[in-house]
Design a protein around this ligand. Structure first.
Ligand code: NAD
Ligand code: DAU
Length: 339
């Protein structure tokens, strides 16, 4: 079995590459990644010499490059993680989100049609459902919840999902889609809430909480997401959408306070800053379908996962120190200075 994993030098894609190489000793994993600001070869260091692993630096929206790779590799399955993934960057400048997330998805699926595959899997997000009100804890996103996006990022992901379902109906492409809640764990890029707060706290820098910090996210340890995708590509039904989440809703402010506690840092570092434009209030996944059909359940409790994650950032300083000493500094100033 040969699987093309796009975006494998990013956060979830790399964790998926590790999971698959560990789990299936006879599978070939071919990673395609453009190595944007979010992709990092040092993330893939541990598998670089694995004979079952191969890497191509390429943009998924570059039709010629993608067709060439498919022609050479002839994959059985394609799992598309490659995306522009940060909501704040999409608010600053949406264009690249449209190119990578929408056009890139179409190019990959065209390559699948041209060269033939068993399965094209699209890694999507719960953000395509928009948000839920804070005062209705009884409401959850199911696979039937209407698409109702808020940001350029989520709109680009929703557009891609619609294209994926259209390619299934129109061309009979064997597709599946997973829509997961917020992930956390090793190799999470420092711009995202949890790593940003860990790294700032370690430097005794202000911890910038948007608005009042009462927005709720439904956190899942990254390895649990990777196991869900593994199950879907092997046993999930073609043409179906699967929601992935572990009923672990937390307010942002409570996460930040927990990080302060774990690192023995004062809560006085917490600074409330101007809210994100169009900020989604609450995400909450109903994972009944993937549980009933595929037997998936999350394995890592948040209390353990956050400890493991903090320990990883403490033990892998060189990985994130290199990132935050580069172009990231400009991003951080643009986003947080005078906010
Ligand atoms: P990330 O930003 O950490 O990594 C994205 C990777 O894609 C990087 O390695 C980057 O170099 C690569 N990439 C970007 N543009 C590319 C292009 N044009 N061609 C080839 N490679 C390109 O993202 P992530 O957090 O790992 O998210 C992976 C996927 O999972 C995304 O599709 C995202 O929408 C989805 N998702 C993320 C979360 C989350 O909490 N992080 C939750 C649900 C779904
Ligand atoms: O739900 C899945 C989505 O989760 C994925 O599709 C996205 O790719 C991923 O980035 C993530 O989106 P969020 O916008 O929820 O994640 P982020 O880490 O950017 O923010 C989490 C919450 O924390 C959100 O309510 C905004 C808030 N926040 C974030 C940052 C970076 C802050 O309060 N301060 C910050 O500095």
């Amino acid at each position: 079995m040969k699987i093309i994993v796009t975006g494998g030098a990013g956060f979830i894609g790399s964790n998926f590459v590790f999971h698959m190489l560990d789990t299936y000793k006879d599978y070939k994993i071919v990673c395609i990644d453009a190595l944007t600001y979010a992709g990092n070869m040092s993330t893939l260091k541990s598998v670089a010499d694995d004979p079952n692993f191969k890497f191509y630096k390429a943009d998924i929206a570059d039709r010629e490059a993608i067709y060439k790779i498919f022609e050479t590799e002839k994959p059985d399955i394609v799992v598309n993680f490659a995306a522009e993934s940060h909501v704040d960057r999409s608010i600053e400048d949406p264009e690249i989100f449209l190119r990578t997330n929408i056009l890139g998805t179409a190019v990959l699926m065209d390559a699948c049609r041209k060269y033939g595959i068993q399965r094209y899997h699209q890694v999507s997000t719960d953000e395509v459902y928009g948000d839920l009100p804070l005062d209705r804890p009884d409401l959850f996103f199911t696979e039937d919840t209407p698409i109702h996006t808020s940001s350029p990022y989520s709109s680009s992901k929703a557009s891609a999902d619609l294209l994926v379902l259209a390619y299934h109906r129109t061309y009979g492409l064997p597709v599946s889609i997973s829509r997961c809640s917020n992930n956390y764990g090793p190799y999470h890029f420092p711009e995202k809430l949890i790593p940003l707060m860990i790294i700032n706290a370690l430097h005794d820098k202000p911890l910038p909480v948007y608005g009042e910090g009462i927005n709720v996210r439904d956190w899942l340890y990254v390895e649990d997401h990777c196991r869900a995708i593994d199950l879907i590509i092997h046993k999930g039904k073609v043409g179906e959408v699967y929601n992935v989440g572990g009923h672990n809703e937390m307010r942002n402010i409570d996460i930040v306070k927990l990080i302060c506690k774990e690192l023995n840092k004062p809560e006085s570092l917490i600074t409330y800053v101007t809210d994100r434009k169009g900020h989604d209030m609450r995400y909450a996944i109903d994972p009944t379908k993937i549980h009933n059909e595929l037997g998936w359940l999350p394995e890592t409790k948040f209390a353990d996962g956050i400890k493991k994650t903090i320990a990883w950032y403490l033990e892998n300083r060189e990985w994130w120190e290199e990132i935050i000493s580069g172009e990231y500094k400009n991003y951080y100033d643009r986003m947080y200075k005078d906010r």
